[in-house]
Design a protein around this ligand. Sequence first.
Ligand SMILES: [Zn+2]
Length: 312
Amino acid sequence: MLVQIKSHAQRLGVFQEFQGGHLKIGIDLGGTKIEGVVLDERLRVTARLRIPTEAQQGPEHIISRIAGLVHELKKSNGIEHAAIGVGTPGALAKKTGLLKNSNTVCLNGYPLKDALEVALKQPIRVENDANCFALAESILGAGRGYECVFGVIMGTGCGGGIVLNQKIRSGPQSLAGEWGHMTLDPNGPLCYCGARGCVETFISGSGIEKMHLAQTGVCVSSEKILNSDAPEFSTTQQGFYQRFGSAVANLIAVLDPDIIVLGGGLSNLPGLYDRGVAEVRSRIFGGEMTTPIVQHELGDSAGVIGAALLAP
Ligand SMILES: [Zn+2]
């Protein structure tokens, strides 16, 4: 089998030398698109495909979309065998193996992993997408060389993942790193999870817009609110950075990671790395803070690369 992989790869010019590794396929299952990549044994992306999820057509359809994408990646790259990892919002419940907490709601309560293994006729690994982001950044990105990496996704929602010695820390409820649902304000806005004042209700695009609307009665995009110098946005900006400071100081108090890597759309905000970090520093227990808080290095690809890295 190894010889077959080697000859296919050589024919394709995928890599020059074979070191006993395996090709890996990573799948990032999003609500609107499914992305797939192939990693060679040196962990370089050698192929990439992206298709619409068509989630409205239900779980079985999504499974067949993923199976089709894997088939296409294999066929067009001459691959017979590859280890497969899948990143998805939510997590597999440890007892039942059913998916929970996904924003692709039709998949909640669905045996995603088992169904994919049947469709793909091989064992696969499934992980939370923020965990995949943290794994990729810890092995190939901004968290390289650090023992404990906390990866943060701040975009439409707010997720996170913990990687210890290049292994995802998941926990008995598969909840490790879910800092988006730590309570910042018990009287705060209602979160979709049912609680009030979760980090995500403040540290996310929609959270910022709602904060601004509540304070001013005006509906403005989060991008404009956070990037404008106009005085009418200064209160909302200050509130955002203060909430970021509290949320990150809380997680440092529990985990004290060696580095925090920020990803997602909001991570492009320059203010996070000076103003935001200053707000964290001012709230650290004991006042000493050396934790680097840095932007991701792998861009939007981190999640799908991390999914591929799930494969042993
Ligand atoms: Zn919540």
